[in-house]
Design a protein around this ligand. Sequence first.
Ligand SMILES: [Zn+2]
Length: 157
Amino acid sequence: MEKEFNTFKNVIRLPHKYAAGPTYTKFYNGLKESKILGTRCPSCAVTFVPARSFCPKCMKNLDTWVEVAQEGEVQTWTYAGKDFFGIPGKAPVVIVLVKLDGTEGSFLHLIGGINLESADTVKKALRKGTRVKAVWNEEKKGHMLDIKYFAPLSKKR
Ligand SMILES: [Zn+2]
């Protein structure tokens, strides 16, 4: 016989603020100016974006700032057809990891400018390696969503 448990459905919200710190503050201020900033490790010859305060490969502090490309390649993506807690905007959304040109990669953002009706319509426009470009919001707040989304440059299949 299966044991029964009393359960109660609930939603816990935890509003909070956190200090962005000097590295993320500089990164977000760059977004206000339509610039994507990264930090470069001269020892490892690697550029990280969003900017990091230290190199995770050699652990050296990073203070070499560079403006990185606003174009890159899709590393992977996922389709969210239903709203969920923390979703940026309203479903459907496509969440993407982009390797901006000349960087280490894994820049997490959204895809737009294509038909988001279903995962199948997205598959027609997007795959690993698809070239994408940042599309900016007109109003900037020093926030990751100052970049409205990344849009495919062309339909390559
Ligand atoms: Zn390094």
